[in-house]
Design a protein around this ligand. Structure first.
Ligand SMILES: Cc1ncc(COP(=O)(O)O)c(C=O)c1O
Length: 388
């Protein structure tokens, strides 16, 4: 049983979840008050007191270091393996473009992937002549391990898959997929935009080589926040495509000087953050860790997902897409006679926020740790009323 007082505390701290039936964390999570206030305070301080001077510099250096530490704790890795990014897509680009691609090299991905992974893969094809192999991994009738096994060859350099699929909700068996990819010498570059904060993301246990996350989704941070994990021993192998102020040990001002990257994944950071946003992200992570607890979040998200799954399955005309055991908090479904785009729009009129995804064309509802049983009931009643 989940403590109702705790759920009330969470909901009181996230006004957006009482403003509407908020079932779309897969796009953007609700902001907790603590993050919002920290962001506003930081922005106000910059406005009133300026953005220069040693204390200001010291403050944002400390903030970057704290945030990398918080992300490392969440992913159970070392802070040295974390680069701060502005979103998942940036992390996917850094990791994918960093490999030494040659014409004819192969990259295995899936047609269910998000553009955050698909588009850098397509870019590699256009730019270097990489063969991109599109599997059906993530679709409900595809066995991911068998499919990956068929796709891998000695020329496979990277496998690009999502830990949790945005388009079907499938949670992939990353550990087994990584072991298989590693047997042919391929790296696994994992899109964790939907997984991180929804299911445990212990990167070393998963076996991933790179893991890109978003701050603004299941971690309930502001926009413009995210991170990239790169396994320590791969830092030399995933080369820099971009570099800037944060990435090098020393200034390069003479022709004979060698470029020397910092020894950590911070080498990949090249574009500064909007610091109020980063501050908000750090506060979201601390709020969830300290006031709620990550294990509680994962359990609550999955259990609410399962009870929503059961309730939706009972509505005549509703077809759930993935088997229940393969998902956590992202539920995909169709309703007979109502196009997914129309269902999203009609529920929105009832103040119920879900979405649809394009391929396969499905509706998607996301159960977050802040949802309650009434939210699920309102979704179910909303759909029932439309089916009638
Ligand atoms: C699986 C997946 N990858 C990447 C993204 C893009 O996220 P971001 O804006 O953080 O790059 C999304 C956003 O919906 C997603 O679902």
């Amino acid at each position: 049983m989940f403590n109702q007082n705790k759920i009330q505390m969470i909901r009181a701290a996230m006004p957006a979840v009482t403003h509407a039936v908020y079932l779309n964390t897969g796009t953007n999570g609700p902001l907790p008050r603590r993050a919002y206030e920290a962001l506003v305070d930081y922005a106000r301080d910059e406005f009133e007191n300026g953005r220069t001077g040693q204390p200001v510099f010291d403050r944002f250096m400390a903030l970057m270091s704290e945030t990398r530490g918080l992300v490392a704790e969440l992913l159970s890795c070392a802070p040295e393996e974390i680069a701060l990014t502005h979103n998942t897509t940036e992390g996917m680009n850094i990791a994918l473009l960093g490999l030494d691609w040659r014409a004819g090299d192969e990259l295995v991905t899936a047609n269910t992937e998000h553009e955050g992974g698909l588009n850098p893969a397509a870019l590699l094809k256009a730019r270097y002549g990489v063969n991109v192999i599109y599997t059906d991994i993530g679709l409900c009738d595809c066995d991911p391990l068998a499919s990956l096994e068929r796709a891998l060859t000695p020329r496979t350099k990277a496998v690009v898959l999502s830990h949790a699929s945005w388009s079907t909700g499938a949670i992939l068996p990353m550990r087994e997929l990584c072991e298989m990819a590693h047997r042919v010498g391929a790296l696994v570059i994992c899109d964790a935009a939907q997984a991180c904060g929804m299911v445990p993301s212990r990167v070393h246990e998963l076996g991933v080589d790179a893991y890109a996350i978003s701050g603004q989704k299941w971690l309930c941070g502001p926009d413009g926040t995210g991170a990239l994990f790169v396994r320590r021993e791969l830092l030399p192998k995933i080369q820099n495509t971009f570099t800037g102020y944060w990435g090098l040990k020393t200034r390069v001002t003479r022709a004979e000087a060698e470029i020397e990257f910092v020894d950590t994944a911070m080498r990949y950071q090249y574009a500064s953050h909007y610091f109020p946003s980063l501050k908000g992200f750090a506060e979201s992570l601390k709020w969830i860790r300290d006031e709620i607890g990550w294990e509680w979040v994962y359990r609550r998200t999955r259990e609410l997902g399962q009870s929503a799954y059961d309730a939706l399955s009972k509505i005549g005309g509703v077809k759930m897409y993935m088997p229940r055991a393969h998902i956590a908090g992202l539920l995909h479904f169709t309703v007979d006679g109502i196009a997914p785009t129309d269902l999203t729009a009609k529920l929105y009129e009832q103040n119920i926020i879900i979405r649809h995804v394009p391929e396969p064309l499905l509706n998607r509802a996301a159960t977050g740790f802040y949802n309650d049983e009434q939210d699920i009931e309102r979704l179910v009643n909303g759909i029932r009323a439309l089916v009638k």
